[in-house]
Design a binder for this molecule. Sequence first.
Ligand code: GLA
Length: 742
Amino acid sequence: MKNKNVFYKGWLIMFCSTGLLGTGASYAQMVTIPVETAKTAIILQVASNKDLNTIYLGKKLNNPDEYGNVPGVYKQAGDYTGMYNSAYTPAGSRNLLEPAIAVTHADGNNSLDLKYVNHTTTRVSDDISLLSVQLKDPVYDFQVTLYYKSYYNEDVIEQWSVIEHHEKGSVTLQKYASANIDLNAGSYWLRQYHGDWAKEMRPEETELSHGIKTLDSKLGTRADLFMPSVFMVSLDHPATEDEGSVLFGSLEWSGNFKTDLEIDPQDNLRIISGINNYASPYPLAAGQAFETPPFVYTFSAEGKGKASRNLQSWARNYKLVDGKGSRMTLLNNWESTYFDFNETRLSELLKDTKKLGVDLFLLDDGWFGNSYPRNDDHAGLGDWQENRKKLPNGIAAIAREAQSDGVKFGIWIEPEMVSPKSDLYVKHPDWVVKQPKREEYYFRNQLVLDLSNTQVQDFVYQIVDSLFIKDPALAYIKWDCNAVIYNAYSVHLHQNQSQFYVEYVRGLYKVLQRIRTKYPNVPMMLCSGGGARVDYGALQYFTEFWPSDNTDPLERIFMQWEYSYFFPAIASANHVTDWGKQPLKFRVDVAIMGKLGFDIVIDKLSGNDLKFCQDAIAIYNANKPVIWQGDQYRLSDPRTESVASLMYVSADRSSAVMLNYLVNYRYGEGSKRPIRLKGLDAAKKYTISEINLYPGSTSPINGTHSPINSTKVYSGDFLMTVGFNPEISAGRTSVVLQVKTL
Ligand code: GLA
């Protein structure tokens, strides 16, 4: 990517890392390794000194022979190391920048160099290719294999590494990144996210300056509470929805992560992402392989919208459990009862589930614990036996009743956790993560179980397994995780405490894998006191996630908007609750942006409210295929406009759902101009009608009296060039439109 000439003390020094200068080797003679998807190319090249460098990452060129010309057209400052653009920067030899890997060898030496040995590309399917490149240290018996899994149609790449050695003794991995990416542009614009409980996915977008910008987590579990690992980097200027070059990335890991974004002395951007090495130097025995989690990314030269559709379809096609399948609408009892329920109340809620017309009743927290009943959040976690007072006939009786009511039944668990007031804590204090000599410190009055311990893994697995054994018809699990890790210490790991954070997550994944082996398709919601664990490492075991405990619909528009850049609608569990000041219709219209659920008291709804919900569920059922599997287009951004608008379009462009919400409540705000639709077929003819109307209300869009009415026919060209006005105003704060071909 760079010219390697360096003028140093009057001498022309030629670094030969790309072989373009000094060796006489031509591009054609050099080992060049392309990783290509439909629209993106990453070009790796082996220099004459056997370094593996990245010479290009960006929009695919029409003629692959021209990639060799890339380094020659950059006239940047010199590279004192010849490896600023290393495909996996080793520490301790020539490197002067942030490394991807740093080790202490068995003999105590800290140096590492990695030279190309060979590579193979395997065609996994018509869509997927897997490139592996083997690198070896010329001095130590130490090797790294880099993996690039490319998804051609989705324009998505997953990158990870496998580290191994055969030294005489253990090697300590001081840093072990998954990916080391190199981008070249005039300026770089980072969109990152921060948050806290009920404040998930708040974006900040800034220009990166020289030095290192780090995105990271040290929270162990509930790792995304302050910051998720998702981010985007635009090149040259902030990409818009439909224009500009942008890379979206994220580490597939549910624990501590670290992503360093460093502008190097040549003004290129190096992104190094992996497990956070904080408190985690990892001892690796000879012959053992350390596999890092994948870093997933997509590059779009057509703005953020395209990048988001890439990730969404990749997630549906390959990552989420049952990503191409269906989901169940549900009624949850958390906000309607909290911990206060009994069999009678649950019977009523089952009837309400049926009456409402959703598929499943989800029983939340509070159903377990006897010595220390779970009547509030101070006790009971770990004692997963039905509370005999609340449920004298057990869960099985509720499940049976659900069956006879014609609804499915699901249940909440938080199996990684323990309350200090629990039988489990008394029986197995050695299973609890805490410092032996320090005072305990609680997050939501609880502690975390040590999942690095195989006995704890068995215990957690059995919590789930025994629920299914007792009730084979159990149809849904909500898996919560409310505490971060304080006082990280594992009795089980003895002297190897620095492995703890890594082994915790590996232990969690082992349990989830076992559950998925036995119960491959059962829907499971990934929850972490809201959205503090939304990542693709965990989502490979789950069907959906809980974005936030904040269900105020106005807040949710902003949150769901940002989540949607990285995660598909089918995975976003959006519940209608009593949060916020908006009318019920608005709350429902916001929840249908993803997977619809309810957490309200049904028997307190007015006749019209109930009728509205029932109708809305039926309408949602008819439209959910396009919401869940269609392409998502963002039309009007709530952060810059008074109206938020987005749409989902079916693959054949014959039907779409357009969602519109008022987000600015100042006088006279509304949709003053038409909103341009996207993703339609310009040549096709469409009709537009308003759906999800509140009983008794009429729509200015439907009906023949209106100048814009549902019988009117528009070309896709018109709708995408001029647009359509959903007529959003203070009196019509949310409008759902169905767009259909004739
Ligand atoms: C967390 C979840 C909520 C609910 C409660 C139960 O906060 O995010 O949805 O399940 O726990 O304690």
